[in-house]
Design a binder for this molecule. Structure first.
Ligand code: AHG
Ligand code: MN
Ligand code: MN
Length: 335
């Protein structure tokens, strides 16, 4: 049987599902950029790419060299093709304007160029998360694209995905019709469809949370996690296993592969912020993938994809993965 590359999959989608040609082109370009990032990541110390820049991003986090390199790769790959009206990134304070000499298009690209930065220097999986939105009609207005254009709930995403740079480089993609997984064939230089119509099992006995923050959690999360830890003898009546990779891409990848629950709740360390993860760059694209695979994603009280963003770098609490456990954790927040 002939192998289905990402390009062929996208062309077939254009034919059978009316995926617009410029969306297809956009995804191809993002995938090409991810290949380049994968290459840079894999060189490690040999490429001089490890370590920090000595700068901070808008979130006040130290930028790693690879955060900045990956951001540049994505901007350069996507700015000239004519398919975008603008971009926004976790690593940039404001919306990125398409340079005047290039044509503009109908879409907005939003990304976390390198997720899991704390794992780069220790050779653990990292990734790139991306989300595609339509640019709202600007009524003929031609000035700079403002932040408002991006502030659309996750339900408006037309595509979302991530690339994971692990033992294999993979691209997981949804165009709103299920989730497909592609593995990078390095000899061929293409992403090949290896995981069709991925489904997240409804039940699970595995959860992911950074337990070191336990003392800062709110009551519903305290209760829920203590019940998970109580295992067979506790109210849930079964033993649970725990994993925490500290790269959301890697934790979500495991959940897409064998189920599980991922939690990054809001906590009392920074009470003014509703959690650590970013709604636009991390939570929305991952929630779309998880829902498209039959799982669920909430912030404890509300479906993440329904949240109306108020700012580009907005944070959000995240509970996502196997439906049964997401629903239980969410119910505990209801009292
Ligand atoms: P980033 O590297 O893009 O800043 O994201 C890191 C995120 C996410 O990938 C991960 O789940 C989480 O931060 C880990 O946080 P802790 O270090 O607090 O466990
Ligand atoms: Mn991240
Ligand atoms: Mn990042």
């Amino acid at each position: 049987m002939s192998r289905v590359t990402l390009s062929r999959y996208l062309i077939e989608q254009t034919r059978s599902h009316n995926t617009p040609a410029d969306l297809r082109f956009l995804i191809e370009v993002v995938a090409r950029a991810c290949k380049e990032i994968s290459h840079a990541v894999s060189k490690g110390a040999l490429g001089g790419v490890l370590g920090s820049m000595g700068t901070e991003n808008v979130q006040g986090e130290v930028q790693k060299k690879l955060d900045v390199i990956s951001n540049e790769i994505l901007l350069e790959a996507n700015e000239w093709g004519g398919h975008l009206a603008g971009m926004a990134s976790e690593e940039m304070d404001n919306a990125y304007q398409i340079p005047g000499q290039y044509p503009k298009g109908a879409y907005l690209l939003v990304f976390d160029p390198l997720d899991g930065s704390s794992n780069i220097d220790v050779n653990v999986s990292v990734g790139t998360i991306f989300s595609v939105l339509r640019c709202p009609d600007r009524n003929g207005e031609s000035g700079d694209l403002g932040e408002e254009a991006f502030l659309q709930p996750g339900t408006q995403q037309v595509a979302a995905g991530y690339a994971i740079y692990g033992p294999q480089t993979m691209l997981m993609l949804t165009l709103g019709d299920g989730v497909m997984g592609f593995t990078l064939d390095r000899e061929m230089g293409s992403f090949v469809l290896t995981h069709e119509n991925i489904r997240v099992p409804e039940s699970t006995a595995e959860f992911a949370i950074n337990m070191s923050n336990q003392r800062h959690w709110e009551a519903p999360v305290q209760r829920y996690v203590s019940e998970l830890l109580a295992g067979k003898e506790g109210p849930l009546g079964k033993n649970y296993n725990m994993r925490w990779i500290a790269s959301m891409v890697a934790d979500v990848h495991r959940i897409l592969t064998r189920g599980g629950l991922f939690m990054y709740p809001r906590d009392a360390r920074e009470p003014e912020k509703p959690g650590k993860l970013r709604l636009m760059y991390e939570a929305n694209p991952m929630s779309m993938l998880i829902e498209q695979a039959g799982g669920a994603a909430t912030n404890g009280t509300q479906r993440i994809l329904d949240i109306q963003p108020e700012s580009l770098h907005q944070r959000v609490a995240v509970f996502l993965g196997s439906k049964e456990e997401v629903e239980r954790a969410t119910a505990y927040h209801q009292g």
